[in-house]
Design a protein around this ligand. Structure first.
Ligand code: ADP
Ligand code: ASP
Ligand code: MG
Length: 490
């Protein structure tokens, strides 16, 4: 990326009404002309920053400079909570011990107030930003204890993104951008599945356009919290862990973004998790289907719904390293299938395998329908499936609420549940035309029992293993396939 620095004079021209307090309440769609704001005129970039990229006030200023070097007309910024904060907030939502709660609250206060000091220096004390942070921190102490847990949890964990959005808005202003914080609850409309909420696409698209396009037209830079939204009645919801990528993709799709950049802490999408496999290599490009499969089957670098959503609406996604912006990153393209052969490997731990055996004389044609009907009614997502004449086996995440499912399945079958397994997935294009692939994977894992093999697409082949040790499995398979076999995407 070029290290273009936006001259403050350029910015003065666009700096119409800079928000100085980083507060969400100052803007209303009513301030702007109504009607179609002219979608075709604007193709904003959407920049999403993950927790590590925002781990301190200094990092937030650095992220803000990256946005400044990219915003050449219009841009939207989506932020995650600061690194580690969502985990601490989840703990806060769970624990009752007043000492532990106090310790978490104090730590969160310290981290965010220190972030503010780093961004604003001496001007932070007594500033609108410090007051806004204190107010949001205070609300954490006041969340009613009689709220049902999923709702309560979402009210609490959403503070991470709320606080970082306040800070990042101020950091952008410090580097000279006319940033404005828009509360994501006003834009991302979701159902009531607290903790795993599903956005209403049409309504979110409408709200995003009506609220954000007029701001973009004025040259302002809206900053939204990733990961959260609100129900029709205004209750805060969250989109599932890692969901800020999803927010960025939704907004990119709604606004017809030229590209959505996922700024993270590694150089792009690698042939395997680089923290587990040091010899993994970064991919320049990746096909959309492979990216979705890779993400779903364990590569945390991108949220699976993000890839699916953006590309479904023909918006390219690029994964880049905020700490090494000179690296080009990995482009997930809408117009390209991946290169032939294995492109990348992922491991997903904590998987349960459920084997359902039909009772003798049960009619084969009704069996699968009944099994999946039970799962659908309990809203349990099945990842991989294999069937034989008498049995069907499928995987779900460990911890899925299986009690009721099990009871219902046992009315017509025998059920076995094994937990603590893992899945390894090889993604690439044209895998079906590589008949030796499954054999090579199995050979490389010869001492680790394989419980299920599944290849439902040309883009992914998954194995369920009696092993929760992802590092060992990925290293072995990468050695077998990755270093010799992984073609360059070009
Ligand atoms: P962020 O906080 O920026 O959203 P995440 O921690 O969610 O970042 O995702 C980045 C991490 O994803 C990396 O640090 C890396 O360990 C992990 N990862 C897993 N698989 C891959 C892969 N194939 N390529 C790159 N990173 C991967
Ligand atoms: N802060 C949330 C999480 O840690 C969402 C995100 O970072 O994407 O899961
Ligand atoms: Mg993430």
């Amino acid at each position: 990326m070029s290290a273009k620095v936006i001259c403050s004079n350029d910015l003065e021209l666009r700096r119409t009404a800079i928000m100085t307090d980083g507060n969400a309440t100052g803007t209303d769609a009513a301030e702007f002309p109504s009607g179609d704001p002219g979608t075709s005129l604007l193709h904003p970039g959407v920049s999403k920053f993950g927790g590590t990229s925002l781990a301190t006030g200094q990092r937030m200023l650095h992220a803000a400079r990256l946005v400044a070097s990219q915003v050449d007309g219009s841009g939207v910024v989506v932020v995650s909570a600061m690194s580690g904060v969502t985990n601490r907030l989840e703990e806060l939502a769970r624990v009752d011990d007043p000492d532990v709660r106090r310790e978490i609250l104090d730590e969160l206060g310290r981290v965010h107030l220190e972030g503010g000091r780093q961004i604003m220096g001496d001007a932070f004390r007594g500033s609108d930003l410090s007051k806004a942070l204190e107010r949001r921190l205070q609300t954490l102490e006041d969340v009613p204890t009689d709220l049902p847990l999923p709702r309560r949890r979402d009210r609490i964990v959403s503070a991470g993104e709320d606080l970082s959005a306040l800070l990042v808005t101020r950091a952008l202003i410090e580097v000279g951008l006319p940033a404005i914080h828009i509360d994501a609850r006003r834009v991302v409309r979701t159902d009531e599945r607290f903790g795993q909420a599903i956005p209403d696409d049409d309504e979110t698209l409408r709200l995003a356009r009506s609220l954000l396009l007029p701001l973009l037209k004025e040259g302002r830079v809206p900053v939204l919290q990733g990961f959260l939204g609100a129900t029709d009645s205004g209750e805060t919801t969250t989109l599932g862990r890692g969901g800020s990528d999803f927010t960025a993709a939704i907004l990119g799709a709604a606004l017809g973004a030229r590209e959505v950049t996922i700024w993270t802490d590694v150089d792009g999408i690698f042939t395997a998790d680089p923290r587990l496999v040091p010899e993994a290599r970064v991919l320049e490009e990746m096909g959309y289907e492979e990216a979705v499969e890779l993400a779903w089957f364990g590569a945390r670098v991108i949220h699976p719904a993000a890839a699916k959503h953006a590309v479904g609406r023909r918006v390219s996604l690029r994964v880049r390293n905020s700490l090494r912006p000179e690296a080009p990153g990995t482009l997930i393209r809408t117009d390209r299938r991946g290169s032939a052969g294995v492109a990348a490997l992922a491991f997903r731990p904590r998987v349960s395998l459920i084997t359902v055996r039909s009772r003798p004389l049960f009619m084969a044609w009704g069996f699968l329908a009944r099994v999946f009907d039970v799962l659908a009614r309990s809203e349990i997502a099945v990842d991989l499936v294999a069937t034989s004449h008498t049995s069907t086996a499928f995987t779900v995440a460990d911890g899925a609420p299986l009690d009721r499912v099990r009871r219902e399945l046992e009315t017509f079958s025998e059920v076995e549940v094994e937990t603590g397994l893992g899945t390894v997935t090889a993604v690439g294009a044209g895998l079906r035309s590589r008949p030796g692939l499954a054999a090579r994977l199995l050979m490389a894992l010869d001492d680790i029992p394989v419980r299920l093999v599944s290849q439902a697409t040309d883009a992914a082949l998954s194995l369920v293993l009696e092993s929760g040790d992802g590092a060992e499995v990925l290293k072995r398979l990468h050695r077998e396939l990755g270093t010799t076999d992984t073609p360059s995407p070009h």
